[in-house]
Design a binder for this molecule. Structure first.
Ligand code: ADP
Length: 773
């Protein structure tokens, strides 16, 4: 993959990571409890190299640019760009520190197979650099005046936690896709990445749900608040209307209310904040018109005429009306006395209210209009009838009492406690559909999408008012709900622990798998070596057996063929010695003696060799052999030697076995005769004994009290031609024990010797033979 595509992918992933972090952020401190981009960027830089830092920087810059940050409102366009550039730089510094520390303390590739490697990686990558990162980013926020000193430490802490969790969860996740060595990381796709991603998605869904619930709660609370404010406004108006009704009572109870009475009655009422004026509008018929004017002039002591000028200052229309309701009294008079005489019932905006009040005989509120001095006002029009009980229509109408209310003032007073920089209100008279008129408005700032809107309707004196309530979303209480973010942090922490656990398990598995593979390979190698050694050894053994066989064959043939010529040499030198004994001098006789002796010894040697090679021959016949008889025969044959040496040979009861008699004889003869031959100064005593080891196993012992054998020579005895003494000391060929060994081994047995110098020697041997009964 080319570097540009790699960089682009890293940018996209970091961008998405940053968006997720925004999703979990706490606007109150402008920090998030999880910052996936930290982990993604770290893994990216670690694997791809430091030169990929611009990819991360661009991702952060773009993410900040498109997130509708609060800073966007408070900073100028250039200032905001500079701010997000600084913020992106702080993020890059954090990632570079983390990557540097990991590279410094650990050796790539980062397979994370062993527990200590995993913990070390996450600790080095997660804690120190995240701390630095959280300080840097908080510093940027602080220096641009976006956060205040009071939340500096809190923001550092939350941001730190967010970065740690981001690294713990997302760095290994990212490594699963790009980490080296691939065979280790890709094996973690199903075991680590999928479960963690699924759980993370579930957490995301859970958080959306919780946020939505909290949002709904906020909307509900806000709607309640709107209702409360609307009620306040309505109550205020109602309290004014009560006073209007009491004035109506005055008119009903007295025949005529003069100006001073009107003034004194309304004096106290006027003290209330939002009331502009009270006025009295009597009904004047055309016939009474002039008399009324006269009376008013006298009473008001000023020129008085019935005029048509409405409040809005438009030209009076010539209205052909017969009945007038001119303004007779108004309080405070000194302020609005000039309005006297105006028939305001003819004003376009007030006419509907007067008409409706007259026809319904109820208190009617007018639509909003501009009173004197551009005051946004409403008029409450209350009809006064001659006879309260006679509900018979306009003919009873005496006139109207009107209350002018400063609407904006009244509403502002009730809204004042709720106003703030994140809250806006709009109160308007709904009028006819779609033609609502503003009663109160604070200049609205910001994007309406960032505000939550609720509201309430009010029905006031037969008119519909509407309160619209706007609340900046990010200033809602939910955004100050640390508890849910704390819970999210704990959940993410557990997810991180689970991920570490999975990493450890999979790390161990791959480690064990590799070890097993290595050991299996070693074992296979060793096996192959062993096999070839065994084959080699078998070959050697076969070669050895063959050469042994050949040697035996050779020894047999040689000794057999040598026997004849040697016998001739021996017998003729023997004859020479006997016949020419007297004719030869001493030296010649000695030479002949040596020749005779040599020939005899050679004869003995060849005899023994022949015996020895015969034992190795196959197909030796086996029969019932009574060992008692064999030994008895030996004693007979050796009678002379036994007698000469004053030897005692004790033979225990021996079994009858299935064997070759000649070989049994050679075996026992050799051992018994050695016992006599190698006698000490004591008279020799030889014991032949036997015990049965198992149904086919017999152990025999031939023990003497002779010179004994030194320990160091014990293992050499059974080697052919091996002698421990010279022929001058003891006659012999050194073949006897080798022959015994060969015979014993022919019967699947073994022979060994125990001896103490000067105390005696015991030869033990085991024969695998069948006993004959
Ligand atoms: P040879 O008796 O013909 O020398 P053997 O094979 O019978 O040959 O014995 C080998 C050697 O073992 C002998 O030379 C002797 O030194 C020693 N040996 C054999 N039997 C005894 C014994 N019973 N006591 C002491 N030494 C013995």
């Amino acid at each position: 993959m080319n570097n540009l595509i790699k960089g682009l992918l890293l940018t996209i992933l970091c961008f998405l990571g940053w968006k997720i972090s925004f999703f979990f952020s706490l606007p109150a401190v402008q920090a998030s409890v999880i910052s996936p981009h930290s982990g993604i960027a770290l893994a990216g830089i670690l694997i791809l190299g430091y030169r990929f830092w611009p990819a991360v920087w661009i991702a952060v810059f773009l993410a900040l640019l498109t997130s509708g940050l609060e800073a966007q409102d408070s900073l100028s366009a250039g200032g905001f760009l500079f701010f997000i550039a600084c913020r992106a730089t702080s993020a890059i510094i954090q990632v570079l520190i983390a990557a540097f520390l990991v590279r410094h303390f650990m050796k790539p590739p980062y397979a994370m197979e062993k527990e200590e490697d995993i913990v070390k990686f996450l600790f080095v990558a997660g804690s120190v650099s995240s701390l630095a990162g959280s300080f840097l980013s908080t510093g940027v926020f602080y220096s641009f005046g976006i956060i205040k000193t009071d939340i500096f430490a809190l923001r550092c802490l939350i941001s730190w936690v967010g970065h740690i969790l981001g690294v713990l969860i997302f760095a290994p996740l990212m490594m699963v896709f790009i980490g080296q060595p691939r065979e280790v990381w890709s094996s973690r796709l199903r075991t680590v990445a999928f479960p963690v991603m699924i759980i993370f998605t579930l957490i995301l869904v859970f958080f959306v749900y919780v946020k939505d619930q909290a949002n709904k709660r906020s909307v509900k609370e806000l709607a309640l608040k709107s209702e409360l404010i609307a009620n306040k406004i309505k109550n205020h108006m109602d309290s004014y209307f009560q006073e209007l009704y009491s004035l109506q009572g005055l008119y009903r109870s007295s025949v005529d209310v003069d100006r001073s009475e009107f003034k004194s009655f309304t004096r106290d009422l006027l003290k209330r904040g939002s009331i502009l004026a009270y006025s009295w509008h009597p009904k004047v018929l055309p016939s009474e018109k002039e008399a009324f004017k006269e009376r008013m002039r006298a009473e008001l002591k000023m020129p008085f005429d019935i005029k048509f000028s409405p409040f809005n200052g438009t030209d009076p229309k010539t209205v052909a009306v017969s009945v007038h309701y001119p303004l007779a009294y108004i309080e405070p008079f000194n302020k609005y006395g000039k309005l006297a005489g105006i028939d305001i019932a003819l004003d376009a905006k007030l006419l509907p209210a007067f008409d409706l009040a007259a026809s319904s005989q109820e208190l009617i509120l007018s639509e909003p209009f501009y009173f004197k001095d551009d005051i946004q006002a409403v008029a409450a029009v209350l009809p006064v009838h001659e006879n309260a009980l006679a509900q018979s229509g306009v003919s009873d109408l005496k006139g109207f009492i009107v209350l002018f209310i400063n609407a904006e003032n009244l509403i502002y007073r009730d809204l004042k406690p709720f106003l703030g920089k994140d809250t806006f209100f709009d109160v308007f008279d709904k009028g006819i559909a779609g033609q609502g008129k503003q009663l109160y408005k604070k200049a609205f700032e910001g994007d309406v999408n960032e505000f939550l809107k609720t509201g309430a309707d009010m029905s006031i004196a037969n008119r519909s008012w509407r309160l619209d309530h706007y609340q900046l979303r990010r200033s809602l209480d939910i955004n100050k709900e640390y508890s849910i973010h704390f819970i999210m942090a704990v959940i993410f922490f557990f997810l991180a622990c689970l991920e570490i656990f999975l990493l450890i398990i999979t790390g161990r598995q791959t480690l064990i798998k590799r070890l097993v593979l290595e050991k299996t390979q070693d074992l296979n190698k060793a096996n192959e070596l062993l096999q070839s050694e065994i084959i080699e050894k078998n070959k050697i053994a076969q070669d050895l057996e063959r050469s042994n066989k050949e040697l035996e064959q050779f020894a047999y043939v040689a000794s057999h063929d040598l026997q004849e010529p040697l016998r001739m040499v021996a017998s003729f030198t023997g004859l020479l010695e006997v016949k020419y004994k007297d004719k030869l001098d001493d030296t010649a006789r000695e030479y002949i003696h040596f020749a005779v002796d040599g020939a005899r010894r050679m004869q003995q040697l060849i005899d023994d060799l022949l015996e020895f090679s015969r034992v190795g021959q196959k197909d030796v016949p086996k029969e019932d052999v009574d060992l008692n008889k064999v030994c008895a025969q030996i004693l007979q044959d050796c009678a002379v030697s036994i007698k000469e040496n004053r030897a005692t040979v004790l033979i225990e009861a021996l079994p009858r076995i299935h064997a070759n008699e000649t070989q049994m004889r050679q075996l026992f003869l050799n051992l018994i005769s050695n016992g006599i031959k190698y006698k000490s100064s004591r008279d020799p005593v030889i014991r032949v004994s036997c015990k049965q080891l198992s149904s086919f196993e017999w152990q025999f012992s031939v023990a003497d009290n002779g010179i004994g054998i030194h320990e160091k020579n014990l293992d050499k005895l059974f080697v052919i031609f091996k002698r421990l003494h010279t022929k001058e000391e003891y006659k012999g060929t050194g073949i006897g024990l080798a022959l015994c060994k060969k015979i014993v081994e022919n019967y699947g047995g073994r022979i060994w010797v125990e001896s103490v110098v000067d105390a005696g020697t015991t030869f033990n041997f085991i024969l695998n033979v069948k006993r004959i009964f």
